[in-house]
Design a binder for this molecule. Structure first.
Ligand code: DQA
Length: 148
């Protein structure tokens, strides 16, 4: 496999499918994992899919990614808007991170417009629902290709 990529999902994303379907759609997290696995196979990369409701556990997973993965796709959920710890973890690992959101965070409440992830991310994909995940994978692989 060309690269190994961690796809890390934060709080409440385990409830996708039933959680505010008018905002996040009806696709479940296992559905999204299947979408990512299919896209990864087509791209010739390996993916590890993870979810945690705990900020510290996410920091630990980002640290571990330093040795285990070439890059990260991160949907940090609500921690996007609050977590200096996740921002610092990304800066510390120096791994390329693509920030991802199902919803368009810029078209919602004002507090969602602030992202602590954006300044330390390669780029951001938001507003395309579950389809954003394979898009993010493609973008990250292109980014990794351009840096080797
Ligand atoms: C989200 C957007 C966040 O503002 C929210 O807290 C989430 C999900 C998204 O994927 O659209 O939990 O990251």
């Amino acid at each position: 496999m060309k690269y190994s990529i961690l796809i890390l999902n934060g709080p409440n994303l385990n409830l996708l499918g039933t959680r505010q379907p008018e905002v996040y759609g009806t696709t479940t997290l296992p559905d999204i994992e299947a979408l990512c696995k299919a896209k990864a196979e087509a791209l010739g990369v390996a993916v590890t899919f993870a979810q945690s409701n705990h900020e510290g556990a996410m920091v630990d997973m980002l640290h571990a990614a330093r040795t285990d993965h070439n890059g990260v796709i991160l949907n940090a959920g609500a921690y996007t808007h609050t977590s200096v710890a996740l921002m610092d973890a990304i800066s510390s690992t120096m791994l390329p991170v693509v920030e991802l959101h199902l919803s368009n965070i810029h078209a919602r409440e004002d507090f969602r417009k602030k992202s602590f992830i954006a300044p330390v991310a390669v780029g951001q994909i938001c507003g395309f629902g579950a389809a954003g995940y394979p898009l993010a994978l493609e973008a990250l692989v292109k980014h990794l290709d351009s840096t080797v």
